[in-house]
Design a protein around this ligand. Structure first.
Ligand SMILES: [Zn+2]
Length: 84
């Protein structure tokens, strides 16, 4: 997988270099396999930024969504196992 370094220029004048790694992920917005992820751990709360170079979309994982039928079963069983 390819890695590309970018240099971001901030409005206050300073610059900072980031590395982005190519991924196998599909973009949740356009479905294309054109997603790059910020190298390293990224933001403490959100994790690394993912960028889609096909549709200019930025996102974090996990992506929020309501649990589906099968996921709800897993949630229920984890809660049961924890006595909740
Ligand atoms: Zn996209």
């Amino acid at each position: 997988m390819k890695q590309i370094q970018v240099e971001i220029k901030y409005k206050l004048g300073h610059t900072y270099k980031f590395k982005y790694d190519e991924t196998d992920s599909h973009c949740p917005n356009c479905g294309n396999k054109s997603v790059w992820v910020e190298h390293g751990e990224g933001d403490f709360y959100c994790g690394p930024t993912y960028l889609c170079i096909s549709c200019n979309y930025a996102f974090y994982i996990p992506i929020e969504k309501k649990a589906e039928y099968t996921e709800q079963q897993a949630i229920d069983q984890i809660k049961k196992e924890l006595g909740l």
